[in-house]
Design a protein around this ligand. Structure first.
Ligand code: ZN
Length: 203
């Protein structure tokens, strides 16, 4: 087990209450090395600091879930934009990435960004007028596949790509929405290995 501590913060801004109070939810992934007293003081101090700004903090530990084996990994997915899918238009080249992860000190962080607006533009030309509802549903499928691509970067801790349809450097629009596309054998292994389900004798 890693002895490093990771803190995952999920920001939730509640609608403004009577006088602009907000609640910040903090999902704490600290691992087993953090002493309970340290953990408690962390929560109290963070609460005190944010209270000065009228913000309440809710700290939730992910550790109990980890110990129960319910959670083997934790990632945060941030969708930028939300569509809608413009159907029946000629294709416009989508520049830039559909999704990305960032590295810090050589470690791919468990924060996945997906440009949902770009994904919607990417797949829009595949639909005809009248297929708006279908396009909206399949945008969800496309987003999931972009998330999967970025998950593989996180699990491999690498910017390298693979041979599978979803883990190539560039994933075409039809690959994002077609039926019957899944992980290949290598990707399945990556997922299981990355989440500690494969005992390779090295660990
Ligand atoms: Zn990639």
């Amino acid at each position: 087990m890693s002895n490093t501590s990771k803190v995952l913060i999920t920001l939730t801004l509640a609608p403004a209450l009577l006088y602009s109070q907000a609640t910040l939810a903090v999902l704490l992934d600290a691992g087993p090395a953090l002493a309970p007293d340290t953990r408690l003081e962390l929560e109290e101090e963070l609460g005190a600091l944010l209270a000065q700004a009228g913000v309440q903090v809710l700290v939730q530990d992910i550790a109990p879930l980890n110990h129960l084996g319910a959670v083997s990994g934790l990632v945060n997915v941030h969708l930028h934009g939300a569509g809608p899918v413009n159907v029946g238009r000629r294709g416009m080249p989508v520049s830039g990435s559909l999704g990305w992860v960032t590295q810090l000190d050589g470690v791919v962080q468990p924060f996945i960004h997906v440009d949902a607006a770009a994904v919607a533009m990417h797949i829009g030309p595949l639909f005809l007028r009248g297929q708006e509802a279908l396009a909206q549903i399949l945008l969800g499928r496309a987003l999931a596949r972009v998330v999967m691509h970025e998950l593989l970067h996180w699990l491999t801790q690498s910017a390298e790509h693979g041979e599978g349809l979803l883990f190539r450097p560039s994933v075409g629009p039809s690959t994002l929405i077609e039926d019957g596309i899944g992980l290949d054998a290598a990707e399945i292994w990556i997922v299981r290995w990355g989440l500690g389900l494969v005992d390779d004798g090295v660990s």
